[in-house]
Ligand binder design. Structure first.
Ligand code: NAP
Length: 230
């Protein structure tokens, strides 16, 4: 049985990914900040003991180390770094909230590098491991024609840089790494006007991960497998 670890698995795309992987017979290590409030995830765990719920605030590095230690014998075939935050909306160059920017960078960038570091031994135990990070098309410099969005854009651009370096460092050790744009998805972050639902996004993301070749490692792809320019 293959194992996936998913961060932010209590709602949105993370929850849809957890539902999909468990339905397809995977062992799912579903991580979230507040397991006691993650009712849908707890219900899934009740239905299928292949899914377990783990407390994990990704900005709490002690918690990351503790979880890595708790499951130290466990091979992880796919690590899905899904948890992320958008940060403030509706601001301009004149009124950037720099404290919030730091929070977004901590969550979307530093925490993802910490996850890769802490769970590297678990990935190395798997036969064809993948480290997949949920990025966003708005982190593409090429596609940034409108400006604005300093906080979220810069966090996802920096995340892409982390993913690229991880790929250069880890591909020779058998770990493929990828940045994925999930589409514009109807979740709390994506809002009600988004184009696709979370189940459609999750299905596409899993297909891209399943088919990922070593040549594609370090790349940036949509949930439909289309390459996104940096
Ligand atoms: N929706 C879109 O259209 C869209 C488009 C492009 C990229 N993305 C990316 O896709 C990923 C998932 O997005 P989504 O739409 O599902 O977002 P969402 O509905 O806002 O859910 C965000 C998830 O991240 C978790 N999270 C945030 N900070 C965390 C932390 N410090 N520790 C642990 N978990 C944390 C949240 O947990 P809590 O419930 O505890 O807050 C929640 O589970 C994100 O990385 C996002 O940037 C989304």
């Amino acid at each position: 049985m293959k194992t996936v670890l998913i961060t932010g698995a209590n709602r949105g795309i993370g929850l849809a990914l957890a539902e999909l992987y468990v339905a397809q017979g995977w062992q799912v290590l579903a991580c979230c900040r507040k397991p006691e409030e993650a009712m849908q995830l707890q219900a899934l765990a009740q239905q299928d003991n292949a899914l377990s719920v783990h407390r994990l605030d990704i900005t709490d590095f002690e918690q990351i180390d503790k979880l890595a230690e708790q499951i130290n014998d466990q091979a992880i075939d796919v690590l899905l770094s899904n948890a992320g935050m958008y940060g403030p909306k509706g601001y301009g160059l004149d009124d950037i909230d720099f404290a919030q920017w730091q929070q977004v960078m901590s969550t979307n960038v530093l925490a993802v590098a910490k996850l890769a570091q802490a769970f590297l031994p678990h990935l190395l135990k798997a036969s064809t491991p993948v480290f997949a990070a949920l990025s966003s098309k708005v982190g593409s410099h090429t596609e940034n024609t409108k400006g604005g969005g300093y906080i979220y854009r810069s966090s996802k651009a920096a995340l892409n840089s982390v993913v690229k370096s991880l790929s250069n460092d880890l591909l020779s050790r058998g770990i493929k790494t990828v940045s994925l744009h999930p589409g514009w998805v109807k979740t709390e972050m994506g809002g009600p006007n988004a184009l696709i639902d979370a189940a459609t996004s999750a299905k596409g993301l899993k297909q891209v991960i399943d088919a990922l070749s070593p040549e594609q490692s370090g790349g940036f792809y949509t949930y439909l497998g289309e390459r996104i320019p940096w």
